[in-house]
Design a protein around this ligand. Structure first.
Ligand code: FAD
Length: 401
């Protein structure tokens, strides 16, 4: 029991607040925005993909994330949500959503499950350790036995998290890696993607440095006015953010055909199509605008199928398997879903999120240098670590079988 101040009313902070208050702590949540949980409402396109039942995927801070999820595995998280009256539904690829399909149901479950005080419009600017912690905002000072820092990273600052909590922990001597946008879109050279805006295709995506493959993903790609979007593109962003790297799309990957088979297939089509425009060769598996772009990219000199000789056909097949798009950069924090980098989690105990360096200090969620793929992994880490910080080694009633 004791006075607990939670800095940040986001996913980790609210999960912590519910847990600690139910265990009898006197909890105050300090939130810099005019209301808590703004980012939760924006997650999963407003549906809140809050967990994933498949193997965890954390390109940043994987080892620490796994330890946290061992201490608070998905079965226990599900029990936590059920204890708040929230029903869940599993969808494709292990993604879990509230059964209502509304992120607001998740936020309401947390808000109504919290038995404590919430003070909004209070940005914490200073933390002073001592027998009692002093937590300073612009115009007030709060004191507490325990402080839990859950202010998130820098992704989409309009929704609340602005990197200030990383700075708070750094001011107490904690190490931190640079904050960078992750899970964000790519801006691309316009010449290759001209006219493709709005087209979606499922394909193999590879991040390339010259002819060296750096990373690969399979999934949907969306062409946009500025470049490329879609889940697998967002997951490529961290690898594509290096000068000179490009994206290679394998446009017929979904057909499970070898290059030789594709060549044979196109030769057959060639015989049938005669004088038709060259892009007609591809209309059986690419939408017309994409077919035109591939022809323009690979064999611009061929206007009709009749112009396509053997060596042009080989070039066309190569381009279909390696449609290369130069990358200008990645979109910034205003578009990113998560922050890469943050406070080094090493001093924090992954079963309680307590610091080994300061008695009574905890950190949870995205403020730490942990980031996951799309699919519910980031909220899952935030909720799991927030619950553990709230429990602080105690057993919660909902954990019983
Ligand atoms: C558009 C979008 C969609 C997303 N969709 C998904 C999804 O479907 N599934 C998924 O797993 N992840 C998703 N994410 C990522 C996920 O939302 C975050 O990883 C998660 O919210 C991090 O939780 P957190 O509690 O650490 O930080 P946040 O949720 O960012 O909360 C931090 C809170 O602290 C407050 N705060 C910050 N600094 C201070 C301070 N100094 N004083 C007081 N208050 C402060 C902020 O205002 C904020 O309310 C999405 C992110 C975005 C932006």
């Amino acid at each position: 029991m004791g006075k607990v101040i939670i800095i940040g009313g986001g996913a980790a902070g609210l999960a912590c607040a519910v847990t600690a208050s139910r265990l009898g702590d006197d909890v105050t949540v300090l939130e810099r925005m005019d209301r808590v949980g703004k980012k939760i409402l924006a997650t999963g396109n407003g549906r809140c993909n809050l967990m994933n039942l498949h193997a965890p995927v954390y390109p940043g801070g994987e080892a620490f994330a796994r330890q946290v999820l061992q201490a608070m595995p998905t079965e226990k998280q599900i029990r936590f949500w059920h204890s708040l009256g929230l029903f869940l539904r599993e969808e494709a690829d292990g993604r879990v959503y509230p059964v209502t399909g509304q992120a607001s149901t998740v936020l309401d479950a947390l808000r109504f499950g919290f038995r404590g005080e919430t003070v909004t419009g209070q940005e914490v600017i200073r933390l002073l350790p001592g027998k009692k912690w002093q937590v300073q905002t612009g115009d007030r000072v709060f004191s507490a036995d325990r402080v839990v820092v859950t202010g998130g990273g820098c992704a989409q600052p309009a929704l609340g998290s602005n990197g200030s909590c990383v700075r708070l922990l750094k001011s107490l001597g904690y190490g931190a890696t640079a904050l960078l946008p992750a899970l964000t879109q790519l801006t691309a050279d316009k010449d290759v993607i001209r006219g493709l805006e709005g087209i979606r295709i499922r394909c193999l995506v590879r991040v390339m440095e010259g002819e060296r493959e750096i990373h690969r993903e399979r999934g949907e790609v969306l062409f946009t006015a500025y470049g490329l979007s879609g889940v697998c593109i967002m997951q490529c962003a961290r690898y594509a953010d290096v000068l000179g790297r490009s994206i290679s799309l394998h446009l017929y990957d979904a057909l499970s055909m070898s290059e030789e088979n594709m060549l044979g297939y196109l030769k057959g089509r060639q015989a049938q199509l005669g004088e038709a425009p060259a892009e007609r060769l591809l209309t059986g598996f690419l939408v017309p605008r994409l077919a035109q772009a591939v022809v323009r990219y690979a064999i611009p000199e061929c206007k009709s199928v009749a112009d396509v000789k053997d060596k042009e056909l080989v070039r066309l097949v190569r381009a279909l398997g390696d449609f290369r798009i130069g990358i200008r950069g990645i979109k910034g924090f205003d578009s990113a879903q998560v922050t890469r980098g943050g406070v080094d989690p090493t001093p924090f105990d992954p079963s309680t999120m307590a610091s080994a360096l300061h008695h009574g200090l905890h950190a949870a969620g995205e403020v730490l240098d942990v980031d996951g793929d799309c699919g519910g992994y980031n909220l899952m880490f935030a909720f799991a670590s927030g619950i553990l910080a709230g429990k602080n080694g105690r057993k919660a009633s909902w954990e019983e079988e």
